[in-house]
Write a protein that binds this ligand. Structure first.
Ligand code: AMP
Ligand code: MG
Length: 470
């Protein structure tokens, strides 16, 4: 039923550990993604079968799968951790989709592995549904991201701060290879593994890259695009550790992530991010920091290491300009400017400054910017009117069309996500499915059914922190 073609297992054995999922008591399919199944070459009808629930809960290992846990390391909140690895995720195998792209099929929450440390290898329903919703919304908004194929309830209890229902997410990614996947072999001075991983990644993700240097350039460019896309949506990843940055350039490891309501560049959601390291405005700088760690991990592969350090430093330092160019493209489209020259950065920045001063809702300001409702977002109406006059002179003739394709009407707002998780814990999945339907058509006009989901939280509804106890 799944035509596996596993390439990662052909890499040196010390890069992973074969590991079967641990069976659960009572698998029950909660949500499945038929369109994604089709793209992967999996029969969507199969997803509705009892067998699929067994397979995607980890109770049955399907033919052709080669389940394994991947080894990686990483900097967590800036601190080096020499060994992490898939502690609660198991790669079932890879498939080559209808589009010719190779993708991982991974179960997240499928039981302990040799890398679990003190963890239980499990996930509870909340983070599984959050990742499902947010990753599918990101995909619908055109952001590179891992995807959600299915969520299965385990029928078992997971112990966190309280007893919570367990679940397994089936995650799809172009690969789960991270900056930390390189770091672990560099730290162990394992040149052979490092080179094998680099070759694998170049062949898989960046076939046009010219060697290690080309790989570095390609990853720098893809991260510049990715972070600019996040910024344009008010998205805060929450845990940009080097083990949570995918080499493919996809958004990965949705934990305490969220979209901002009110525009506040210093916004943080993660309850464990007390210093605000991963605040909205810090994300480009952290990406650069992570890329520097990636470059450092690649140095041992270069014949002249002193020269490589100098060369890589220059290549990494191109990130701010690359990012700025992507940022102007993203925000230029958001304000309907077709030739996003850097001179427009100032116009965009003035709008953002006003939004921050007046506590404007990020999504709704851009979603309504071309309408009279936009002024409702501002307390200093005169300042906004003055900005609008400048804007009218600079925007493209077809600005409304450009903006409609760049500004989502609905994002998975944190309070709505929390609502549907609470309902799901109480046994009602209908609110989840309604929200999923809305956020996966983010650019559609707001009809009566959808308007509710575009409303920012009332003061009582504001979710201040997303817990990392995932
Ligand atoms: P994260 O920051 O959530 O991506 O996870 C950091 C590390 O902790 C990774 O190596 C995870 O596999 C591991 N981890 C997180 N939660 C658990 C858990 N419940 N059981 C085992 N390992 C976990
Ligand atoms: Mg992680």
């Amino acid at each position: 039923m799944i035509a596996f073609d596993n390439s990662f297992t052909r890499l040196p054995a010390r890069m992973f550990t074969p590991q079967n999922p641990t069976p659960v008591r009572a698998p029950q399919m909660l949500a499945h993604n038929d369109a994604l199944a089709k793209m992967l070459g999996i029969d969507p009808d199969w997803l509705s079968t009892a067998e699929a629930a067994q397979v995607l809960a980890g109770n049955v290992v399907p033919d052709g799968a080669a389940p394994l846990a991947q080894l990686y390391a990483g900097h967590q909140f800036g601190n080096w951790n020499p060994q992490l690895g898939d502690g609660r995720a198991i790669l079932l195998g890879e498939v080559v989709g209808a589009d010719g792209v190779r993708r991982d099929i991974q179960l997240k929450g499928s039981g302990p592995t040799p890398y679990s440390r003190s963890g239980d290898g499990r996930a509870w329903l909340g983070p599984v549904l959050r990742e499902y919703l947010v990753s599918e919304a990101m995909a619908a908004m055109g952001v590179p991201t891992t995807r959600a194929l299915a969520a299965v309830a385990t029928g078992e209890v997971v112990q966190r701060e309280t007893r919570l229902p367990g679940a397994v997410l089936t995650r799809i990614a172009q690969s789960h290879i991270r900056v930390g996947s390189f770091q672990v072999h560099a730290a162990r001075q394992d040149q052979e593994a490092l080179q094998a991983l680099a070759d694998h990644v170049i062949a898989r993700h960046y076939p046009d890259a010219d060697g290690i240097t080309g790989l570095l350039d390609a990853v720098v460019a893809s991260q510049a695009r990715l972070i600019a896309a996040w910024m344009g949506l008010g998205f805060i990843h929450g845990v940009m550790n080097t083990d949570n940055m995918a080499i493919s350039g996809e958004t990965i490891d949705y934990g305490p992530c969220a979209f901002m309501d009110v525009y506040d560049p210093q916004q943080v959601f993660s309850s464990i991010d007390r210093m605000g390291r991963y605040a909205y405005a810090n994300q480009p700088g952290i990406a650069l920091w992570n890329l520097a760690q990636f470059a450092t991990a690649l140095i041992p592969l270069m014949p002249d290491q002193d020269a490589a350090i100098e060369d890589f430093t220059q290549r990494i330092n191109r990130f701010p300009d690359l990012y700025q160019a992507e940022w102007v493209k993203v925000f230029g489209a958001k304000v309907g400017i077709s030739d996003p020259v850097s001179a427009n950065a100032d116009l965009i920045q003035r709008l953002l400054t006003l939004m921050a001063q007046d506590g404007a809702d990020f999504t709704n300001t851009f979603a309504t910017l071309a309408t009279p409702q936009a002024q409702d977002q501002f307390t200093d109406r005169a300042a906004f009117a003055a900005w609008s006059q400048d804007w009218e002179r600079r925007r493209a003739p077809d600005y409304a069309t450009i903006m409609a394709g760049a500004n989502p009407q609905v994002i998975p707002r944190n309070h709505r996500v929390e609502d549907v998780i609470a309902a799901a814990v109480a046994g009602d999945m209908a609110p989840f499915h309604r929200l999923l339907g809305v956020v996966t058509e983010p650019f559609a006009a707001l009809d009566t059914d959808r308007r509710h989901y575009a409303l920012p939280p009332t003061s009582a509804e504001i979710v201040t922190a997303t817990f990392c106890g995932t």
